[in-house]
Design a protein around this ligand. Sequence first.
Ligand code: ATP
Ligand code: MG
Length: 776
Amino acid sequence: MPEEYLKYLQSLNDRQREAACTDISTPLMIVAGPGSGKTSTMVGRVLMLLNEGISPSKILAMTFTTAAASEMRERIGSIAGKTTAKELTISTFHSFSLQLCRSHGEKLGRTSEFFIYGQGQQRNAIIEAIRLLENEKSGNKNGALLMGDLSNGLKDPKQFKDKAKKWQKFVAQAKASGRTSAEYRAMGNEIGAEILENYNNILKSCNALDYHDLISCSVMLLSEFPEVLKECQDSWKAIVIDEFQDTSGMQYKFLKILASHHKITIVGDDDQSIYSFNGADISGFRSFRNDFPNYKEIRLNKNYRSTRCIVEAASSLIQNNSKRCQLKNVLTDNSSGSKIVMKECHSEDAQCAFVVDKILEISSNHSADNCCFGNIAILYRRQVSGKAFQMAFRDRKIPFNIHGVAFYRRKVVRTIIAMLRTTLPDCDDGSYSRVFKALLPLEKDKTMKIIDHINKISTIRKCSFVSAAFDIFSAKISGTFKSELTHGRKVLMTLEMISKHIQREKSISAVITSVANMIPEKYLLEQRAITDVDGGTFLNEDYDIRSVLQYLLDDVSEFLSTKLVEVKGEREISEDKGCTFVLKAFIDYLFECERKNFRDRRRDNENSVTLTTIHQAKGLEWDVVFIVKANDSEIPLLHNFKGTLKDTAALVEEERRLLYVAMTRARQKLFILHVLMDSNWQMLQPSRFLKEIPHHLIEIQGEINLQELQIKQEALQKELTHCTTDLLVKERQSEADEVPMPHEILNNHGSETSNELAQFAEANNGNDFLRRFSVE
Ligand code: ATP
Ligand code: MG
């Protein structure tokens, strides 16, 4: 065995080493708590597979995030050498199945260039599926009865929104569990079966797949096409999977077929399962035991990451979950460390001020902690809670990284991506519409009217947005609309220019740079303008096109240098393959980041504080962790949850696991903060989970005088009622100005958009929204 391998294996503890060195033909299950070296052991396992003569190109390692994949490749590279590491296939489920589906697109009734539908487009297809079903049933007495509640829903925006949401969830669950419409029909769920069927047909006619399809289609490819199965089985002689607890039923099915050789290692912790909303199913551990009866199970129980105080506190918390498959007794030899600081803050601003001061204190040279910014993280339940910190950090000149895809959600970045997208075959209408909105140098109202008009023409003619635009703008120039038509033509010319450019250019960076330079200054300034509290306007430096462009180019160059396409024959993405190929791969990569809500961590500045949601912090660790807004409205997040009592109980347990994951990210110091009032002066409760942490492990800092707070709250409320009438009128006005466009809604993600969606559909009687599904 090479010396480096030996050295690494020697650095593991006995159990970890036993796991890594288990006979490679034995299916292996490693179950352990956080920080016990599961991922480290998985690295050891890969080294053993290599040592046993399995070629690196025949090893498939599945991780949960692209960041984890890059990190693992680096770790293995530092031991086994970069060339070996480069040959390994280290991938996420989605990246892997995306490549498999693209390679066999025609077997799925798609081209290899199929679209991947995000939340917005899925919702759109659901609406269309409901409408189709309604049309089908109308006139039919039984059908009308059957569809009664749907029809009512479509008339009422609120109900409409709920229905669309409900069916979207239904379709997602159906796909994650692998149920077919025939199965729903057999179960007596006729409506469900039809909606699922309609939805699938719509996606097929649009040459699209959604996120769940990627996995289910991969399973279908393996089970129905023996040649695909053979190709994959020949390709992957051994499989290792990290974070197994977050594997869905479908993903497990996929693994089971692929691992018929039984050379499979799974690594996970059921207590850290936090993706059940995404179909993750911890019953996978049980299935593994049944499907691979000669399996070996190894438990690791020593936590190397955190102080004893943190380990004990987290263990006490998780013991309150009744549904745990594998009880673990996590121990540590680490020192007890300092107590967990629990702090009550009267507002989010106060919370922010506390955190900023604390960070400056612990990072100062004079502090005993002397902890650098890179070893500090702020974790929150929802992305929105990070905003105040970004502002405060900017003010106090504290460098920070935001994990997530916030950058790619900026309008200007979306515009650049949409402009690039128009050069790809089958570009969607939403991208064209976004490009016109950005490039037309007209007043907002006029631009909207033009876009509405293009939409209308494309509905009437049943053609794409861009061909409708082409028809309109190539009309003979007449007096009244001369300037609009000229501008429209210019946009079409710009699109043509981009398209030619991408065919000619070799460097994707050069294309991106020239595309960014085509965006009008007026649009850029609008995007950068921020109105402060006094009504003054200033320009947001972060949104300056040069910094946006630099960031984008850095991402592309990093993508080119590190990202590998895990498909045989197309192992490496290189610019030699041409701009269109690279662009397509980059857009797929962005899709995956967006899906996982994760940007590659390696891009982060090492000496910056990390701001991230708890979900994104999975598998990571920092010396100092602040869990902020640990309130009952956040953890558990039960807003508008309308499940049964049983569902609620399950959700509460998942939320407890979420706090458990958050707490166990800390190595040395843990701060847990909660606020007493939200920005609307509503009183909030601390998270119900906080009282489950033993008292002796907590240091409570600066309790608030509740009476004082109440007086303050009443005074503020009074002040607020006096001065807000004007403000509210202004706000409503500006909201009205911001009428969302269909593609804005389509491109948006998250529940906050569903309201807009319902309003829009109501205002447009659903038509404009749905027209994109009309058959050309
Ligand atoms: P999580 O559940 O959060 O994913 P994990 O079980 O995968 O955690 P690792 O990330 O592999 O744990 O390891 C946690 C920390 O413990 C890392 O800093 C790692 O370097 C260290 N560690 C793991 N095993 C050992 C060991 N045998 N000796 C010393 N340090 C170790
Ligand atoms: Mg891990």
